[in-house]
Design a protein around this ligand. Structure first.
Ligand SMILES: NC(=O)C1=CN([C@@H]2O[C@H](COP(=O)(O)OP(=O)(O)OC[C@H]3O[C@@H](n4cnc5c(N)ncnc54)[C@H](O)[C@@H]3O)[C@@H](O)[C@H]2O)C=CC1
Ligand SMILES: N[C@@H](CC=O)C(=O)O
Ligand code: NA
Length: 425
């Protein structure tokens, strides 16, 4: 089998290194020799994390796509422009494609998968979701007897790394982000990580696999971790929670809910103890009940593990391409985000005057929202009170109305912070 790689950075370099490290057993498991014959790179002279003596480096990726001797293309360069054109043309040229590119699959996957089916080739993307955790295989095969009720997880390693370092070491957001970039965890554009876009790409893929529907990336309600402050982390800890960035997809009354956002998770829940770059995905099936998967969500060799697993399946001929019936998939109607029910954390900065807390709780009560816990911190130098509230279960739309009303009072000093709280039971 001759393989061409597009992009020899963190993941591409990791693939070459893992293939070298585990050559004997990968050959045994796939039943064939895997030869990386070509790699497309931007700079042929750059020092890389992997050896390149036996690989022909080219600056023209189309040289790989149009090479009749190459059987499988690994798209590991990222982006949705050139990468899409290359993947499309590779498929049209009859090549199988393995990609780690969640943006590409989330945005163009419906079209590309249909194209692959029409051309009798495979387009596989295990590395695109939760890095080294074989979560797509679990949904496609291990849990195929179930109707999936819920998929929820920590699916962006960079965000989890930042939140963990902020909580454990009181480190500054920007400083930790720089470290995540240096470690090769972050996307080329790190706003994709910290604004939740990368997690939304992954959730769209997970939901499509879990519920057997088309990819509906535009329907994911998305919020990142960029507005989480040290004060939120401290309040959450005191209230018995950890702040995690979660992606959640579930089907309720025939409608699909997909949202990624910072979430307060009870300290006692397993997900709350998933730290650093680790990812974890909880899947609830109607036969198996709750299952939980844990592993590195980013990094060279962990991601390479998933890319190579797809490659081995292609070589062995064990890809079960029809399990999702891609041609017949239909959209599932999406639920209005206002209808999502949740417990909420509110953080307020108010002037410290008599009756403020009573007024806030009364406004919430007018919207049928009761207060489960409240912490009021010492008054700061500006005579302001710092308040954190945990509500009971309520509809997002009702909570938003109550907060909008609270926000109009002149005792409110800044926008009220709202964060979802999930018990995940
Ligand atoms: N880094 C990680 O831990 C993970 C990354 N991914 C995905 O894997 C893909 C690759 O990510 P990384 O390896 O981290 O990125 P990277 O930036 O380390 O590597 C990408 C490589 O592609 C090369 N490249 C880009 N455009 C090119 C072009 N036109 N011609 C030739 N070479 C080109 C770049 O020069 C770079 O060396 C992305 O889609 C990313 O989202 C997925 C899971 C984990
Ligand atoms: N930037 C991503 C890399 C893996 O998908 C992340 O941090 O999770
Ligand atoms: Na994976």
């Amino acid at each position: 089998m001759n393989i061409g790689i597009l992009g020899l950075g963190t993941v591409g370099g990791g693939v070459v290194n893992v293939l070298n490290k585990n050559q004997a057993q990968i050959t045994r498991r796939s039943g064939d020799n895997i030869n990386i014959t070509h790699a497309a790179v931007r700079d042929t002279t750059q020092i890389r994390i992997c050896p390149t003596e036996d690989i022909k480096l080219t600056q023209d990726p189309f040289e790989i796509i149009n090479n009749n001797d190459i059987d499988v293309v690994l798209e590991l360069m990222g982006g949705t422009g050139l990468a899409k054109d290359l993947v499309e043309q590779a498929i049209e040229n009859g090549k199988h494609v393995v990609t780690a590119n969640k943006a590409l699959i989330a945005i163009h996957g419906n079209k590309l998968l249909a194209l692959a089916k029409d051309n009798n080739t495979h387009l596989l993307f295990e590395a695109a979701v939760a890095g080294g955790i074989p979560i797509l295989k679990i949904l496609e095969q291990g849990l195929s007897a179930n109707q999936i009720e819920l998929v929820a997880g920590i699916i962006n390693g960079t965000s989890n790394f930042i939140l963990t370092e902020m909580r454990n070491k009181g480190r500054d957001f920007g400083d930790v982000l720089k470290e995540a970039q240096a470690l090769g965890y972050a996307e080329d554009d790190p706003t994709f990580d910290v604004e939740g876009i990368d997690a939304a790409h992954k959730l769209a893929i997970l939901a499509s696999m879990a519920f057997g529907c088309e990819l509906q990336f535009n329907q994911v309600s998305t919020e990142g971790i960029s507005k989480i402050s040290g004060e939120d982390i401290t309040f959450a800890t005191e209230l018995g929670y950890t702040i995690k960035h979660l992606g959640i997809a579930k089907k309720l009354d025939g409608k699909l809910q997909m949202y990624v956002h910072p979430t307060l998770v009870p300290k006692t829940h397993l997900l709350s103890n998933v730290d650093g770059v680790m990812n974890s995905v909880l899947v609830k099936g109607n036969a198996v009940s709750e299952t939980l998967y844990y592993g590195a969500g980013a990094g060279a060799e962990a991601t390479a593990s998933s890319v190579i697993a797809n490659l081995i399946d292609i070589i062995k001929g064990t890809v079960n391409h029809d399990i999702l019936g891609w041609k017949s998939l239909k959209n599932i109607p999406n639920c209005n985000t206002g209808d999502i029910e949740s417990i909420f954390y509110l953080r307020l900065l108010t002037t410290d005057k008599l009756g403020v807390l009573a007024d806030i709780t009364a406004t919430l009560a007018n919207h049928n929202i009761s207060v489960e816990s409240v912490i009021q911190k010492q008054i700061d130098q500006k005579n302001n009170a710092h308040i954190a509230i945990i509500t009971n279960l309520t509809k997002t739309s009702e909570l938003n109305k109550a907060v909008a009303e609270i926000q109009t009072h002149d005792y409110i000093q800044e926008d009220v912070k709202i964060i979802f709280v999930k018990t995940l039971n």
